[in-house]
Design a protein around this ligand. Structure first.
Ligand code: UD1
Ligand code: MG
Length: 447
């Protein structure tokens, strides 16, 4: 088995993102660009990973560590070009590696299979392998210069002459280098170009001069979309959503209108799930077998049990756990709560920091008052309890199993099992008073 080292370049400043956040920490599909790249490496397998960060990028290193705990880090203290960035990880290359992969932290749509193809081309005898693609607009990209069918050089846009700029096949940026020759190639790269940078792309012409072979693998533009602007971030998001929807459909999820569903890279579906149009899945959502998510629902960090029905217009926030057959209906918000099997909250409710027992019924307009301005408190609703409409349950409070809360109650004390609690003003009837009231009012009205 050949050994592989992946060097992830993540030292970019990302100033064109107009954001204080480092570029590679912007997100698509609910996870950072960097996490997408590291995931692709993990799926491709058999890789040691070195992440090259800028001098002040502790945040970037933390994110990389979160995704890949055994990643190593190297600091590029000055931005002097892509080859210079790769050489920041010189010590890792010098350990003696068969295949070196250079991947960009801002190119999140790269597929694991392509990383495998880059390595396979090294096995076939190339010392440098690059990714070629044909962009709609090649401005800004390096061009792949060939002679007699062989890749001989990459010319950066800024340094290219008119005939080179006419070349449609561009450089996707990512590269594979034969480990035994990698350091010799990289350290022979100079900075004699318009930007006075050490270009990784010069690895091609340097390798040729050393009598080694370079080759290219052609991929789609989507796979090598690099992100420098918010517009490019949105384009990458669109490509990713198409992929995620296709994967969900492939796995047997019914998406009634796939183009209206927004998924996260980690959204998990069981068998025979139905998702109606216009639903958003933020990170950390699991939907079990046979569940239905109805239109205009927003799910974030929530677990939906088997055959549960959510929505339309439901909001499930982080820490929500719905048991089997639970119904959460329109304009119901649930946060940090466990709703046990068969329980229902069908209309207009807020359930926060709560447990709701099996088969309990939470009436329309019920609010768990979990926040008193200082701290959050829990509400416990027992199994088979019935919470009448428009009740306020002031936490901390426990409603026992089988208890019944009269509509419109404000409940501030615990309710024992199987009891009835009513906490509202008693109704008063004054017979004939309506008639008297009307005559007083109309007498006072000026005509
Ligand atoms: C690069 C390629 C170009 C290719 C394009 C594809 C070079 C010289 N050019 O250009 O041929 O068509 O990608 O998108 O490689 N980085 C560092 N340190 C540095 C410089 C860059 O870590 O000193 C990182 C960036 O954060 C980024 C990656 O390397 O992740 C690529 O750098 P970038 O400046 O985006 O290169 P391009 O000009 O896009
Ligand atoms: Mg770029």
């Amino acid at each position: 088995m050949r050994t592989c080292l992946a060097i992830v370049l993540a030292a970019g400043e990302g100033t064109r993102m107009l954001s204080p956040r480092p570029k590679v920490l912007h997100q698509i599909g609910g996870q950072s660009l960097l996490a997408h790249v590291l995931d692709a490496l993990r799926v491709a397998g058999q890789t040691r990973t070195a992440v090259v960060v800028g001098p002040d990028h502790a945040q970037v290193a933390n994110e990389a560590r979160r995704v890949l705990p055994d990643a190593e880090f190297y600091v590029q203290s000055e931005r002097r070009g892509t080859a210079h960035a790769v050489l920041a990880a010189k010590a890792a290359i010098a350990r003696g590696i068969d295949d070196v992969l250079v991947v960009f932290g801002d190119t999140p749509l790269i597929l694991p299979a392509t990383l495998g193809k880059l390595r396979a081309a090294l096995t076939d005898g190339a010392a440098v392998v690059v990714l070629g693609f044909r962009p709609h607009d090649p401005t800004g990209y390096g061009r792949l210069v060939t002679a007699g069918g062989e890749l001989v050089a990459i010319r950066e846009h800024a340094d290219a002459n008119e005939s080179e700029r006419a070349i449609a096949l561009c450089n996707g940026g990512l590269m594979a280098l034969a480990g035994p020759q990698a350091l010799a190639i990289l350290s022979s790269i100079g900075s004699d170009n318009r930007k006075h940078e050490f270009y990784l792309t010069d690895a091609v012409s340097v390798a040729r001069k050393m009598g080694l072979r370079a080759s290219a693998i052609v991929v789609t533009e989507d796979e090598v979309r690099g992100i420098n602007t918010k517009a490019q971030l949105a384009e990458a998001e669109a490509v990713l959503q198409v992929r995620l929807r296709a994967a969900a459909l492939e796995a047997g999820v019914t998406l009634v209108a796939p183009e209206t569903i927004f998924l996260s890279a980690d959204t998990k579906f069981g068998k025979d799930v139905v998702v109606e149009p216009y639903v958003v899945f933020k990170p950390g959502v699991v939907v079990e077998d046979g569940a239905t998510i109805r239109s205009f629902s927003h799910l974030d960090g929530a677990h939906v049990g088997k055959t549960a029905i959510v929505g339309p217009f439901a909001r499930l926030r982080p820490g929500t756990k719905l048991g089997e057959g639970v119904h959460i209906g329109n304009f119901v918000e649930v946060k940090e709560s466990r709703i046990e099997a068969g329980a229902k909250a069908n209309h207009l409710a807020y359930i926060g920091d709560s447990t709701v027992g099996e088969r309990a019924n939470v009436g329309a307009g019920t609010i768990t008052c979990n926040y008193d301005g200082a701290g959050k408190h829990r509400t416990e609703i027992g199994k088979d309890a019935f919470i009448g409409s428009n009740s306020a349950l002031v936490a901390p409070v426990k409603i026992g199993d089988g208890a019944y809360i009269g509509s419109g109650s404000v409940i501030t004390r615990n309710v024992p099992a199987d009891s009835l609690a009513i906490g509202r003003a008693r109704q008063v009837i004054k017979e004939g008073a309506a008639e008297r009231l009307r005559s007083i009012k109309s007498a006072g009205k000026k005509t």
